[in-house]
Design a protein around this ligand. Structure first.
Ligand code: FES
Length: 323
């Protein structure tokens, strides 16, 4: 990313409008005495909304309002790429993320598009003052790379074609729908959920079917919508979660599960190996004690566990309690 410097040409002075001045004073009063500097970001943002960019006289004015050194305001304004340090396009300033995930997913092509569609160089405003672009560092939407930010919104999962359409829309004065530009809900997997789609927890209203294919015209595909009535449920995976399905269901209902006819040590060892809760519902410490006792041929306490899957009587639960 290019070094962020103040524009060479600066206005003579800065003043908030009366309305913004009143808003700024209210904002400053929200912070405790001695902490007024914390209002620096909202005030800089309000400057940008008023002027279109953050000017040097505006930074000086904010420093005076907040009683902080001018260099501190400059540090904040030059650190965050959301603050424009020079005039930008009136209708759209396209900030293209050029960090590794976006670059690996095609940000280079988006930059080439900006060069041909807007201007050959970053921060160069088109002749009519409508558009400009720049490359910035990661904007936190890497999972939907490549992406751009235009003013307050992000546009994700882009191709040169979709970005061109977005720029065209801004140029016409429209505001295209932000977010992913493909069949994806927020940052969920493209096309709908890919995990936990085969479990049936036995509580009908809690069960989410695998998302149906994206229906034409649906705003948010894969939004956990139920499958049409009569759709066969996906087969239950008996080893779901690494434990027997029935035991997992009981455990999620808050019930302890005793396995009968199986070697309890095997389930224990498998559960611990996977770092999962003990299959009988005991604490890790209790499970470890039982394993140690079994290895030494001593009673483990499991002999007293009830057969109905419920918790043992309260008087049997106490650690080291004598009976
Ligand atoms: S790398 Fe582009 S948003 Fe993070």
């Amino acid at each position: 990313m290019a070094v962020r410097r103040l524009a060479e040409e600066q206005p003579e002075s800065f003043a908030f409008t009366a309305e913004n001045q009143a808003w700024a004073e209210r904002t400053i009063r929200k912070f405790p005495e001695g902490r007024q500097a914390s209002a620096v970001i909202p005030l800089l943002w309000r400057v940008q909304e008023q002027e279109g960019w953050v000017t040097k006289p505006a930074m000086e004015s904010i420093a005076a309002m907040l009683g902080m050194p001018q260099i501190r305001v400059l540090e904040v304004a030059t650190f965050y790429t959301m603050f424009h340090l020079a005039p930008v396009g009136r209708k759209a300033h396209v900030q293209v993320c050029g960090t590794t995930p976006c670059m690996l997913r095609g940000a280079g092509d988006l930059i080439e598009l900006c060069k041909s569609r807007i201007a050959p160089h970053p921060h160069e405003v088109t002749a009519d003052g409508a558009l400009s672009w720049e490359e910035v560092e990661c904007l936190g939407a890497c999972v939907n790379a490549p992406m751009v930010q235009i003013f307050k919104d992000t546009y994700e999962d882009l191709t040169p074609e979709t970005l061109a359409a977005i720029i065209d829309a801004f140029e016409r004065g429209e505001t295209p729908r932000p977010g992913p530009q493909i069949d994806r809900q927020h940052s969920a997997p493209a096309g709908g959920p890919t995990t936990l789609t085969t479990l049936d927890w036995g509580v009908e209203e809690d069960v989410r079917e695998p998302a149906p294919a994206h229906a034409a015209g649906t705003e948010h595909p894969g939004d956990g919508a139920a499958a049409p009535p009569g759709t066969p449920r996906t087969a239950v995976d008996e080893t779901a979660g690494g434990e027997e399905f029935a035991a997992e269901v009981e455990r999620r209902k808050g019930r302890a599960v005793l396995r009968t006819g199986t070697d309890p040590a095997a389930g224990e060892a498998a559960a611990q190996k996977k770092g999962r809760p003990d299959p009988t519902g005991r604490s890790d410490e209790a499970a470890s004690r039982a394993m140690g006792a079994r290895a030494e041929g001593k009673p483990t306490g499991e002999e007293e566990a009830p057969k109905d899957g419920g918790f043992p009587p309260r008087e049997r639960r106490g650690r080291g309690k004598k009976e």
